[in-house]
Design a protein around this ligand. Sequence first.
Ligand SMILES: Cc1ncc(COP(=O)(O)O)c(C=O)c1O
Length: 479
Amino acid sequence: MTRHVIGWEQEAPVPDHEFNDYLSSRDGRLYMEDLDLAGLFKGDGNESGLDRALPSPLEIVYLPIIRRQIERMRKLFDEVIDEIGYGGRFHFAYASKANAAEEVIRTTLSAGAHHEMSSTADVDIAMLMIERNLLPPDRLIVCNGFKPEGTAYAKNILRLKQRHDNVLPIVEDLGEFSPLISSGLRFDVGLRQKSYGKNDDEDEMDTHNSRFGLDTEAIWQASEFISNSPTLNLRAYHAMVGSQILSESDFVDWLRPPMEVYARLRREHPTLNIFDFGGGVPVPMTLDFNFDYRKFVHLLLSTLQETCADYGVPDPDVMGEFGRYTTSEHGAHLFKIVAVKENGSDLPWYLIDGSIMTSFPDSWALGEHFIVLPLNNLDKPFRQVQLGGMTCDSDDVYPPKPSKSALYLPSESDDLYIGFFSIGAYQEMLGGVRGSKHCVLPEAYELIIDRSENGDYSFELIVGQTPEDVLRNLGYLRT
Ligand SMILES: Cc1ncc(COP(=O)(O)O)c(C=O)c1O
């Protein structure tokens, strides 16, 4: 049986088929839940209530998937907490660096997520959300990132604390204490362990080539510093071990040494009650994803429970800062095939009306895969092809150059549309929003889609850049 990884990897047409839990084919068209994606360009996606044909390329922002992800993870933790009699609670925080767009933050907050941030503009975003009553007092604001004395971020955190008491700076470096102390404000703080990578034991954490967090010696210095401070309480311990970690057991094994440090710190600090494992929870970027979330949660909580029992300390609350997991799947980017070029290359080139490398920087920079599927002609025969973008850059191709995966698309290429899926985390933030892009290609239109509980769709269209916008941005037009 053919294994489908980045798309439909065979010549036979696609029957009515579910690719994953939000993409399916029906009668030769691709649906995102119940939305006929090719219909967006034809103006015949009328069942959804959208009555005009939209231009290509088009970015899709599908908010119900964000809510679904948050609800699923919370339910899973709640179930396992009950099942094993775990003594702490679960806190879902959204790591806003994955996608800081207003509609995304609004959606994570209204779904009840705590908020994690990493820079000074993030503080301004949080302030705006507080003003709009979307970030209520019970919500934690977790401040990661570098924030030494004198930085705008450190100053802005103090401003935030005066507006919203539930702020939790996670100290990365001993130099981050002084602005907190000299403010005279009372702060709950977290300590971030230098732990990014595979950790067989505690010593291995200190050997990582990583600029994030405190090594073990600095953790204990920080612990003593907090004990002697009249205004600081140790509330959280943060240890992040990687990103898109695809093995449930590796993930938890690498967290074992940090769990031991947590338990020892807890003996010194009765106020410490959050074990924060940061990010790293994976999401399907391809069709062959098989991470078992329940197994991960079960292993994580039972290992923490055992470790804390060994040290005679209570089970902590567990927090995750979910970036990729929350926002990858809500984003899609749709293109039209504008030409097919057969020029003696290894495979025919299907040229799209946009850029792969500027839309999905991780594809060319890191060789990362995304799901690519046609939006129409799925019931026609397929052939192996390669995609080329509209820039003049030899790296503007898909699959990425080091890839071993094969891309198949329908042979019938007239009026063919395709979509890149699971691109909602990091890609837009890395590629930039509304900037000037490689080969001065304008930014695409964006369609923000939401759905009410009774299934009705609502749409908001954000107009793309015009060539004039690009010229103005580059300084050619001054008015
Ligand atoms: C401190 C911190 N928390 C959370 C995240 C989010 O990670 P992920 O996207 O793997 O969930 C990151 C990502 O770099 C991070 O640096």
